[in-house]
Design a protein around this ligand. Structure first.
Ligand code: NDP
Length: 327
């Protein structure tokens, strides 16, 4: 028996609760892991509250991330005692997830815990931080270097945004943080933002083209914000799009793409191939100042995860949440 969050959906409705679970809730797989830490991402917020169609099988243990220690393994790459990390692959959506003290899954989905991080730090990074790194790698792949000019990060106080600001600043980029929480300016400056701007200037319908400013962008917000960021990108700027905190729509024109050669590059973490994940985690180990994780992180226990999920979706959580599943 072990403790975990369980999402159920039946005639009594959609509900999440913290319960004592048994092996019958575990999914199929060749590796069983004793979970040490998990986390709450935006997607976990949607899953736990039922505000988005994230969970596609019931009952479901949510949690798209976890870090822990292998308990049993029939996978050639993993032995009992190995420290591992999991991000995505449909875990917490169609396969029972990381917000529990045990998880069983395919060893092919796991990444060895980088030596640079503790399990708690890996979850302070989580899918949010690993996605931020994928965005940075995408900017690099498209040739955006610090001398090209300013990079805008939208949703800067969120999980993806916070890690993106820290990574880009450490790599020498000039980072402009867009946020609806100007009261957190000191926090964003400590992460490395050179300037803080009000997200309101991007939130409403805008013109097809605006004054050129951004050499690159990490957009976690979508909708009008993404359209306006594209419209104000510089000639041959690169916009990485990974999120939908404002909305899933994209009310844009083709003007930035056909007149300024702007690139809109999509970033997905869930099905990202294993070699790219390993590179992303290696680069996180190299390029993220671990002391900044302490600044970003709020720690909770499993029992708190349900209330905190709602707060996250309401934009009341700064940075990242780590979940101690054994508390
Ligand atoms: P968080 O909730 O931690 O951060 C989202 C941030 O977006 C908020 O903190 C807020 O930042 C901003 N925001 C919220 N509502 C609005 C709004 N209506 N208009 C404009 N800005 C808003 O979420 P995460 O950082 O975990 O995830 C961010 C987004 O990225 C989510 O949409 C998530 O689904 C997506 N994502 C996608 C991944 C992928 O694989 N493509 C992987 C991980 C995340 P502020 O207060 O600074 O304005």
């Amino acid at each position: 028996m072990f403790k975990g969050i369980l999402i159920e959906k039946d005639d009594a409705g959609y509900r999440a609760s913290c319960k004592t679970l048994d092996e019958s809730v575990l999914g199929e797989g060749d590796v069983t892991v004793r979970v040490g830490w998990s986390t709450l991402n935006y997607k976990d917020g949607l899953a736990i509250t039922g505000k988005g169609p994230v969970v596609r099988r019931f009952p479901m243990v949510p949690g798209i991330d976890m870090a822990g220690t292998v308990e049993t393994s029939a996978h050639p790459d993993y032995q009992p005692g190995d420290a591992v990390v999991l991000n995505g692959w449909g875990v917490g959506e169609v396969h029972p997830g990381g917000l529990a003290q045990r998880i069983r899954l395919k060893g092919d989905w796991l990444v060895p815990l980088p030596a640079a991080f503790t399990a708690r730090q890996a979850m302070a990074i989580g899918t949010a931080g690993y996605t931020a790194m994928l965005c940075v790698l995408t900017l690099e792949r498209h040739g955006v270097t610090p001398d090209h000019g300013e990079i805008i990060v939208t949703g800067a106080n969120g999980g993806v945004g916070s890690v993106a600001v820290a990574l880009l600043a450490r790599l020498g980029y000039t980072v402009v943080a867009s946020t609806g929480r100007p009261q957190e300016s000191d926090y964003l400056k400590r992460l490395g933002a050179a300037e803080i701007i009000d997200r309101a200037q991007f939130s409403a319908p805008g013109r097809p083209l605006g004054k050129e400013r951004w050499a690159g962008a990490v957009d976690t917000v979508g909708s009008h914000t993404l359209a306006n960021v594209c419209a104000t990108s510089r000639y041959r700027g690169v916009v990485t799009a990974c999120g939908l905190a404002q909305g899933m729509d994209l009310p844009a024109s083709v003007a930035p793409f056909i007149l300024r050669g702007v690139t809109l590059a999509g970033v997905d973490s869930v099905m990202c191939p294993r070699p790219d994940r390993i590179v992303a985690w290696q680069r996180l180990a190299r390029d993220l100042d671990p002391s900044l994780l302490d600044l970003m992180v709020t720690e909770i226990g499993l029992d708190d995860a349900i209330d905190t999920a709602a707060a996250l979706l309401e934009g009341r959580v700064r940075g990242r949440v780590v979940v101690d599943v054994n508390r």
